[in-house]
Design a protein around this ligand. Structure first.
Ligand code: SAM
Length: 232
């Protein structure tokens, strides 16, 4: 039985891949990379291209539909977990790669539950990665929290009421998955008077990185999925 690794590869910059992640990724037999859109390249795989050797390692790109519909998600999770288990049981070490950290809003969390339940004999090692939040804060040199301050992280898909409640109770609010609710978020921040305390970061750590601090520029922008906001 070979080992299974969940490897966080950071936000997209190969220099932000940890040495441990690099060592494991160079050594495993199989790398499983998630993708949400079949015509788009895997961001995680793009980040680690320079560390892998396709003549020696098997690279599998697995599609996880971008939906909240569990009837479509569960079969994709189950299929990926079965693939990982089959390789490990055949003696091939497997790394499932994720952007940022594997235990922070990651598909790997669902796979981990299935693997633990259905293949309890597997040895699973999780390798932490630098999350998009830390990378975005670093890029803007914006202190996230200090002293007694509190920070809340909300997937914006949770809705504007949750965001409003967080703004009322914490010094720092980080919004992930901002794309679907972007205009509602902009309106909320305007009415809460947080225009000058908002930073928008898209595709941090990649050549397509975009950092906006001017609220009107943020409001006029059309974000893609890999974007977040930090509100102080
Ligand atoms: C499913 S969560 C994955 C979080 C990831 N595991 C992490 O540790 O950063 C996806 C959300 O994370 C944020 N995100 C991930 N990578 C990003 C990046 N490179 N730049 C900006 N935001 C990013 C976006 O808000 C995106 O909608």
């Amino acid at each position: 039985m070979a080992a299974v690794y969940a490897v966080g590869v950071g936000p997209g910059d190969p220099e932000l891949v940890t040495r441990k992640a690099e060592r494991i990724l160079r050594s495993v037999d199989v790398i499983l990379a998630p993708v949400s859109n079949p015509v788009e390249a895997s961001v995680a795989l793009g980040t680690i291209r320079e560390f892998i050797d396709e003549s020696r390692q098997e690279i599998i790109v697995h599609q996880f539909p971008m939906t909240a519909d569990r009837a479509r998600l569960v079969p994709a999770w189950q299929e990926a977990a079965a693939l990982i288990a089959a390789h490990a049981e055949a003696g091939r070490s497997v790394a499932f790669i994720t952007i940022g950290d594997p235990l922070f809003y990651s598909t790997f969390i669902y796979l981990l539950r299935i693997l633990r339940e259905q293949w309890p004999q597997l040895t699973i090692e999780v390798v932490p990665g630098i999350s998009s939040i830390n990378a975005a804060a670093a890029e803007t040199a914006l202190p996230l929290v200090e002293g007694d301050e509190k920070m809340v992280v909300i997937p914006a898909t949770a809705g504007v009421e949750q965001i409003q409640a967080a703004l009322d109770s914490c010094e720092t609010v980080v919004l992930l998955k901002v794309k679907p609710l972007f205009s509602a978020i902009i309106e909320l921040l305007r009415s809460a008077g947080r225009e000058r305390r908002t930073v928008f970061v898209e595709r941090v750590g990649s050549p397509r990185q975009k950092v906006l601090t001017d609220f009107e520029e943020i409001a006029a922008y059309s974000p893609d999925y890999l974007s977040l906001m930090i509100i102080k």
